[in-house]
Structures are given as C-alpha cells and as structure tokens.
Design a protein around this ligand. Structure first.
Ligand code: UDP
Ligand code: MG
Length: 325
C-alpha cells in the first residue's frame, strides 16, 4: 500500500498526458506549440500522447512527433476506451521519474499559457493538486450548461466527492496524488469525481477555454448525460437507497387512501371506484417497480464488470523509446 509522503518542494519535471481521439487537424500544431512554449522554461516538460483508438491519421502524427522530439512518447489503445480511461492510462503508464503529472485536452481548447500558470502555482510545497477551473462557459450550449450545473449540485449532495464549479480535465497533480489515483481500480473512471474523492490540498486556478477551431467535439448532450449517470453510479449508493424512501412514501399514501375509501364507504354507502384511477395506479406502481429493478440492475452490472476484472484498456502500440511498462 502506498504511503503518502510530503509533496516535493519544487517541480523541475512534468509529464503532460494528452489524450486524443481523431484529432488529426489539431495534434501536430498543438503539440509543437506546447514544446515551443516550454523550450525556455526551467521546468522540463515531457509529453505522453495517449491515442484513444483514433481511426483517422492522428496516430501517425503522434508517431512523427515522437520521432522528431525526444520529449514526446506515445501509447496507442487497441480501440476507443474513452477519454477518462485514456487519462487513467496516462497516469498509470507515465512512470515515477517526474515531480508532477499534468493532463489537458489535446484539441487546442486548453492553452499552453494556462498550463504554465498551473505548473507555476503547483510549485507551492503546500499544494498537491492544481486544478484549472473555467472562468467562462461560452463554449457550452445553454442546455448543456443547465444540465452541468444540475449535475454538480446533485453529485455534491449524494456522493462523498464534490466537484468544484467549472472544474474540467485540466490539472497538475504531484506524485503523491498520482500514486493514490493508481490505487483506484474503477472500471468506469470519472476523473472529476476521482479528483474530488482523493482529497489532498487543492488550489483552483481560473483558466480560459478556447473554442474549437478545427475538428469536431466528441462530447454531446447525450454523451454528457451518460457520463453523469455513470458518475453517480460510481460515486453514490443514493439511487439504491432512494427506493426505500419511495416505497415507504407510496405505502403511506396507499394506507391513507385506503382509510379514505373505508370512511367514505361507511359514511356514504358503497364506493364504486373508476377504472381510470385503478389503471393509473397499476401502471404507476408497475412503472416504479420496473424502474427500481432497473437501477438495481445498473449496480449489479457494475459488480459483474468489476468481478470480471478485465484490464481497463489495452495498449496495442507504444513508442519504442518508452521505458515504461
Ligand atoms: N477524447 C478522447 N477520447 C474520446 C473522446 C475525446 O481521448 O473518446 C479527447 C479529445 O481528442 C480531446 C479531449 O478528449 O482531446 C476532449 O474531447 P472533446 O473536445 O470531444 O470534448 P469537450 O471539449 O467538448 O468536452
Ligand atoms: Mg474539446
């Protein structure tokens, strides 16, 4: 078991994890700009490109970058496992020789300038985790913004991990945090939740999210909803427990309604209930029961997934100079 130690007093080397999926329009320029930005920096920046099953030309661009720059390495998944898993893979595969590990998007929406700002702030020995938080949200549609806000409020209420407002996947973690995350074996990792769950001493730094200039976003409202649902299942048993409260409430309502019918029958003669109310009640209760079984099923599916103990990702290729696993 990893025993946390004090954070390093200063950061001299950082491994930057860049997950990508079909980013052929962005990757080359983005990575070369980053390298250029950190050329004169006292902090050495190494880059680990994580190809999340791209089907376009991105992998060959990653290979070219790795050939041209000694500081660039890559790993490539056998298929698309999702951005969250790509970040987990980066954190697991980057090795232990760095003072800190950072991760950000590789589509150009996160900037090298903000990364430098985060690393500068992470130099504080009293800070373990430096998190970029959006200072603006123009790039989201109003419905996505509403959903995201509702999700963060709900998540905070029903889980042990809270997500900071505006938090994204743009963070600098010292090695004590990285090593703690490596101990987590989530089959469905949700990075924002993991960052909230591990704790440690955190500092939030406002960052600017640029709009995508090229390529297409892989996230959609539907994907966001799926991720939010999966995150709640991963971090809270509340959806299971809620059914006890819902069951108890409907039982109380049923007893109260029964009393009303009995009293009404005694006082005003025999009551002839309508078909409509019976059908509505039957359908309503039946629907609730199926929904509750469905929620239990979701948790059972996760137990099933965990019991299979499959690897969370499969690496099909990696740069030849890579000394990691
Ligand atoms: N990404 C990934 N795997 C996926 C989807 C996305 O590695 O299955 C990468 C993508 O290439 C980008 C980052 O995750 O570098 C953010 O993705 P995207 O721009 O689609 O999301 P958004 O910025 O809209 O949240
Ligand atoms: Mg993006």
């Amino acid at each position: 078991m990893y025993q946390p130690t004090d954070s390093h007093s200063s950061i001299n080397s950082v491994c930057l994890i860049l997950p990508f999926h079909n980013e052929e329009e962005n990757l080359y320029d983005f990575v070369t700009d980053l390298i250029g930005h950190f050329k004169s920096s006292p902090v050495r920046l190494d880059i680990l490109l994580v190809d999340d099953g791209s089907t376009d030309n991105s992998l060959s661009i990653a290979k070219t970058l790795s050939r041209h720059h000694t500081c660039v390495e890559f790993i490539s998944f056998s298929r698309n496992f999702g951005k969250e898993t790509a970040i987990i893979a980066g954190l697991s595969e980057c090795g232990d020789k760095f003072d800190a590990v950072a991760y950000m998007d590789s589509d150009g929406q996160h900037s090298a300038k903000d990364l430098a700002k985060l690393i500068e702030s992470a130099q504080d020995p009293n800070i373990d985790l430096t998190c970029g938080v959006r200072s603006d949200r123009e790039y989201q549609t109003p419905s996505q913004r509403l959903l995201a806000n509702a999700f963060y409020v709900l998540f905070k209420r029903i889980s042990h991990a809270s997500i900071d407002k505006g938090a994204g996947d743009f963070n600098v973690l010292k090695m004590n945090v990285v090593k703690s995350i490596r101990l987590m074996h989530e089959q469905h990792p949700f990075m924002k939740g993991i960052i909230g769950w591990v704790g440690f001493r955190k500092r939030l730094i406002p960052i600017h999210i640029h709009s995508r200039t090229t390529g297409t976003a892989k996230s959609s409202t539907w994907k966001m909803l799926k991720l939010a649902f999966s995150a709640i299942l991963s971090f809270s048993a509340w959806p299971l427990r809620a059914w006890s409260a819902i069951g108890a409430t409907s039982a109380i309502i049923a007893v109260a309604y029964l009393s009303i019918i009995v009293i009404d029958t005694i006082l005003r003669g025999r009551d002839i209930p309508g078909y409509a109310s019976t059908v509505v009640l039957l359908l309503g209760i039946g629907g609730l029961q199926l929904l509750s079984i469905g929620i239990v099923g979701e948790y059972v599916a996760r137990i099933y997934d965990a019991s299979k103990n499959r690897p969370r990702y499969i690496i099909a290729q990696k740069s030849s100079k890579k000394e990691i696993k």
